[in-house]
Write a protein of this length. Structure first.
Length: 620
């Protein structure tokens, strides 16, 4: 696709967006949080995606005995945080904010108490032999606050490994530490990074989030109800589960109760629940249980207004992606994309999946596409394009190069001797903008870490690769940051920090070294998933636009949530009201965890982002 046609297509898509309407998203409160620091207490709160530009704030402290003091002199119009200097925290001091348009009071926030530690503790009911692994968030109770769903993992196995595993378990907790429910997925769901992709999202727009994932015989919901045959055991001698029924279930976020269960799409084999190894090999290219059980999941606004559930199977060879909608108590299949459906135009889509997916509106028509690694599926379930670059481990989609129209994708590839092993490409067309050859590149990232160069910087770890690249692919540093897995907005500037396990580092661009600015290890935190090296979750769930770090303690007795205590002069609406970012949080737990991104350029020299086209839905 030539550039002039591409620009015209993007502009026409932006014009047509107004006909699509607003996206339905969760209602959030102000998320006021009071975090202790060496200078006092940092008060931080949300600017909502629906707030007008003229909105302003007053900050109040209610002292011991009930006396109320206004802390700011002039009303705050350019920031969403305030440092209460020199104040030591105690359980008798409370804070709240008031919101104004002009001189008209709009609302008063809930009163909060400053944390007595540098973190918020969520006590866990960890099952014996398990550890708290990936987590996700959603408003499960309808109060405008996020709640946490935690995947507890016991003994797990990669798809390539034989052996029995423990039963995957999901727990839900409020930010006040209240335990809500437990879902045990049972012995017929294998434990491992590629098996259990759980989605937490308000799928039907009733103001509370649901939880959706693959289930099987013996799954027990939050009320103790059993799906299918509770006595069935479909595990073979090697621990693989290659027979028996497979289901897709939507659970209530409030109670963990089953709301709907249907057959999982696609099945292992279209004709039998008990396929032979030869039958599996014919469809998936091996018969022992590796490629057939590679699952991914996500959420997408396929109609531009309401969310759909995306579930997939396979990516090394055959790939099947299914879109579902949950409306008025009914779970319906919207469409299925299958690289093995006999259509010649789909053959080029085989083997293009990554160990993760992302969801993005790459053609700017207000409706989401499924960016499935090296290929993209349009909102109607048809193939938009296949780049043919093949499988990879990590990708990042955002406005990486703000001087180009539309979104870009930075990706890496696993194949030996790949001519484009690391590359930046146009997210709309798949055109490679620049690339470097290498072998089996396992890690790579694209974020803004150097203010001297407009756009994001990228780097990757692989044979023959060195240094940091700017958006044009030029080497701007011979040295690389020490990690390339995850990222976080933490300090007061708009550059992004490196999130390495449970530690945060800042790239010193002048001396080309990484500097530790937060050590989670000092707070008894421990990372998850080996070389994936991620916390339970990193997301903007409290306070202003900076992100929180959520990780487990080494003894698995609690989650600890850390929010920055560093003031910032930048006023940006909460990232969770940016649809691209919010959907990134929904799929962050999927397979090889990737950091979230926005659909606007977020970095040095950025313009204030326009408010998103959303409408918020309160609990009904």
């Amino acid at each position: 696709m030539n550039n002039s046609f591409r620009v015209s297509m993007v502009l026409l898509s932006f014009i047509s967006f107004s006909t699509v309407g607003q996206r339905q998203m969760e209602h959030l409160d102000r998320g006021l949080v009071a975090v202790p620091s060496h200078s006092g207490v940092l008060l931080s709160w949300r600017l909502l995606g629906t707030d007008p530009d003229a909105i302003s704030f007053d900050v109040f402290k209610v002292e011991r005995g009930g006396a109320t003091q206004k802390l700011n002199h002039a009303r705050l119009q350019n920031t969403t945080n305030f440092l209460d200097i020199g104040i030591r925290t105690d359980n008798d001091t409370r804070y709240f904010i008031q919101t104004f348009l002009g001189n008209v009071l709009q609302e008063e926030s809930k009163h909060v108490i400053a944390w007595d530690k540098p973190y918020l503790s969520i006590p866990l009911r960890t099952p014996k032999g398990y550890t708290a692994n990936d987590a996700s968030v959603g408003d499960l109770t309808g109060d405008g606050r996020y709640d946490i769903v935690v995947h507890f993992a016991g003994r797990g196995k990669d798809n390539s490994q034989k052996g029995h595993t423990d039963e995957p378990i999901l727990h839900a907790y409020t930010l006040d530490g209240e335990f809500l429910w437990e879902i045990n997925l049972g012995k017929n769901i294998r434990e491992g990074a590629h098996y259990t992709q759980f989605m937490v999202y308000d799928l039907d727009g009733n103001g509370t989030a649901e939880v959706a994932c693959k289930t099987a015989d013996g799954t027990i919901d939050g009320l103790g109800n059993v799906i299918g045959d509770k006595e069935a055991d479909w595990r073979n001698g090697d621990g693989y589960i290659l027979a028996g029924p497979e289901f897709l279930t939507v659970f209530s976020g409030r109670t963990g109760e089953v709301l709907a269960t249907t057959d999982f799409v696609p099945p292992r084999h279209p004709e039998t629940e008990n396929p032979t190894a030869d039958q599996l090999t014919k469809l998936w290219d091996d018969g022992y249980g590796n490629r057939v059980d590679r699952f991914l999941g996500g959420i997408a606004y396929l109609d531009g207004k309401r969310p759909s559930l995306i579930m997939s199977r396979g990516y090394y060879t055959r790939t099947v992606i299914a879109a579902w909608k949950w409306r008025d108590g009914e779970l319906d299949l919207e469409w299925t994309f299958d690289t093995n459906d006999g259509k010649p135009e789909h053959q080029n889509y085989e083997g293009q999946g990554y160990h993760s997916l992302t969801v993005a509106d790459v053609d700017a028509d207000g409706k989401d596409e499924i960016v499935f690694g090296a290929m993209v599926i349009d909102e109607d379930g048809t193939g938009l394009y296949s780049s043919g670059l093949g499988h990879g481990d990590a990708m990042h989609v955002s406005d990486i190069d703000p001087d180009r129209p539309g979104l870009e994708l930075f990706g890496i590839h696993e194949r030996p001797d790949h001519p484009h092993a690391v590359n930046l490409r146009d997210a709309l067309t798949g055109e490679v903008l620049w690339s470097y050859p290498s072998k089996d590149v396992g890690r790579g990232i694209s974020i803004d870490i150097d203010p001297r160069h407009k756009g994001y910087e990228s780097w990757a770890f692989g044979d023959g690769l060195k240094g940091v690249w700017n958006v044009k692919g030029d080497v701007i540093s011979e040295s690389q940051p020490s990690s390339s897995n995850m990222a976080i907005w933490w300090d007061g500037d708009v550059l992004r920090e490196l999130l390495d396990g449970v530690n945060i580092e800042k790239w010193d661009f002048e001396n080309s070294v990484s500097e530790r600015i937060f050590s989670g290890e000092d707070f008894n935190l421990i990372k998850n998933n080996g070389t994936k090296s991620n916390p339970c979750l990193s997301a903007d769930i409290l306070g202003d636009w900076r992100e929180e770090l959520i990780a487990r303690t080494a003894d698995n007795s609690e989650l600890r949530i850390f929010s920055t205590s560093i003031p910032t002069s930048h006023r940006i609406y909460t990232l969770m009201h940016n649809p691209h970012y919010r959907l990134s949080i929904a799929w962050q737990n999927v397979a090889y965890n990737q950091p979230p991104h926005t659909d606007f350029y977020f970095g040095e020299g950025m313009e204030s982002p326009e408010r998103p086209g959303i409408e918020v839905v309160k609990d009904r």
